[in-house]
Design a protein around this ligand. Sequence first.
Ligand SMILES: *Cc1c(COP(=O)(O)O)cnc(C)c1O
Length: 392
Amino acid sequence: MNKKEMDTRLIHGRPHHNSHYGSLVPPIYQTSTFSFTSAEEGERRFAGEADGFVYSRLGNPTVQELEHKIADLENGEKGIAFSSGMAAVSSILTSVVKTGDHILVSEGVYGCTFGLLQMLKDRYQVDFDLVNMDKKETIEAYLRPHTIAIYVETPINPTMKLVDLQMISSIAKKHNLFYIVDNTFSSPILQRPLEHGAHVVLHSATKYIGGHGDVIAGLAAGSSDFISLVRRSSQKDIGGILGPFEAWLLLRGLKTLSLRMNRHSDNAESLSIRLKHHPKIEKIYYPGDPDFPQHPLAAMQMDHFGGLISFELKGDKSTAQAFMNKLSMIRIAVSLGDAETLIQHPASMTHAVVPAETREKMGISDRLLRLSVGLESEKDIWQDIEQALLKI
Ligand SMILES: *Cc1c(COP(=O)(O)O)cnc(C)c1O
């Protein structure tokens, strides 16, 4: 059977095996457990010899619908849902590593991912290195006999730095490393890492996949063997599972994912041009900007450039804060990927825990701001930014 286009698959997914009275939308199976027709049938389900659900930590029909969907969209064999993006990161990492192992991690990963790696190092002796992933030789110089995995985020927050997914795949293959990609910033609409050789792709579905700022969730997709391993080990026994209602909200959000990603990207592209030419702006960071150093790589591995722009104001921290306080429609908040345009100040918010000199080295100055461009009219977003710029 040939696969339908992405825009269609977002909406239709698999044909329903069970007609649910013909309901257009899958119902929310708000149940903790499932009864068996007989003791023998219960025995067969536990033995894995009969199809059917047992207990919602092990599987739930609404959640399963979502898991099939993410597998389909990322071109994986199987999908899996979690209670948060961090539950996805921690369940996957703990399924891969054991004491004594070593992981290569792209510089600037999400703060709590860094926190988890630090905990694994301090308490379970799983070591890691944060690596600048621009060049193959630099990456290979960090390899150790017990290096087991390579963990990548691209583009990275807030400098939008990219990692070449295909290049990492060749390193992973050559050295037999397990290759993990956090695809939160792009969603499967803009970038599909499994097609570039990753073994598993994960998301904070809290962001673009949910898209409406009303749910915390995580998703992942990959080979059938690996996803089954995560389900059997970390997910079943640690238990960071998604509830049926949250799964239903994500299924609802996914239907418009392509429309939203393209609108986020179009809005951001126009705003990036306006910001770039404004006299009070020092510098912008946007993969869609033709002058962005990695623009050619972005054009190669992403289908569109996404909704996140960072920019530096001329001035200092107080200028940046004054600017934020003058905004009227744009909301001051962390998180991203919502319908509303959000702005945050990385140095004092998402990256406040990073020591100042490390921040400076990463390119995160006190006058850097990160904008998650929403779905409003681009004209109104710009009007808000322009009037605030005028007042500083
Ligand atoms: C938000 C985020 C996470 C963590 O996801 P939660 O849903 O907040 O647990 C992980 N990675 C990236 C890139 C994120 O932006």
